[in-house]
Design a protein around this ligand. Structure first.
Ligand SMILES: C[S@@+](CC[C@H](N)C(=O)[O-])C[C@H]1O[C@@H](n2cnc3c(N)ncnc32)[C@H](O)[C@@H]1O
Length: 170
């Protein structure tokens, strides 16, 4: 069964804007980011609000619901597919994962995009915890946990609001 996530809450939107700003401050050069799972575009607009000059790859199976015309590089398809991934240039400074909520897909997104993130960059997952909707998002928690178990020597966890789990590459 296909699982869906919850809408981004205000504090989560603020966190994304601040994370994008931090990326620009830390790296100075033009930041490069990926947003997996776009839907109406809330997370895209947050990243652009924090980093208006960033190169942002937006990956989704369909852009039919996207609101507005954000200045991003659209990659239509499954983020787990290698033909989508290979169009994303490295290094990346921030990756936001909010696409498929199935365990194996979330794990694949983490495992595949982790090596593309530069030291000091961020990997951020939405819908990791949400007590009210735990059954719907259990796949996200399991996918993130299984990646982090293997990757924790290179990633430090950041404090993050709501259903977000965020990591900083050390
Ligand atoms: C929860 S919504 C994203 C919400 C968005 N981040 C926001 O802030 O409003 C999930 C999106 O992921 C897309 N999606 C689902 N499975 C995917 C996959 N395997 N690869 C890429 N996108 C996927 C869906 O089409 C949907 O638009």
């Amino acid at each position: 069964m296909q699982t869906r996530g919850a809408a981004l809450r205000v504090e989560e939107r603020t966190f994304l804007v601040d994370s994008a700003k931090r990326t620009v401050i830390d790296f100075r050069s033009q930041a490069r980011m990926v947003n997996i799972g776009v839907e109406y575009g809330a997370s895209i607009w947050c990243l652009l609000a924090g980093a208006p000059a960033a190169a942002i790859y937006a990956i989704d199976r369909s852009f039919s619901r996207l609101i507005g015309m954000p200045s991003v590089i659209r990659l239509e398809g499954r983020s787990q597919d290698s033909n989508i991934r290979r169009r994303v240039r490295s290094p990346l400074h921030l990756v936001f994962v909010d696409g498929s909520h199935e365990e194996l897909d979330v794990r694949a997104d983490a495992v595949n995009f982790d090596p593309k993130v530069i030291t000091g960059g961020m990997l951020i997952f939405h819908d990791y915890h949400n007590p009210k909707e735990f059954a719907r998002i259990a796949g996200v928690a399991r996918g993130v946990d299984s990646w982090f178990e293997e990757a924790q020597s290179v990633w430090a966890e950041l404090e993050a609001p709501g259903s977000i789990r965020a990591f900083h590459k050390v």
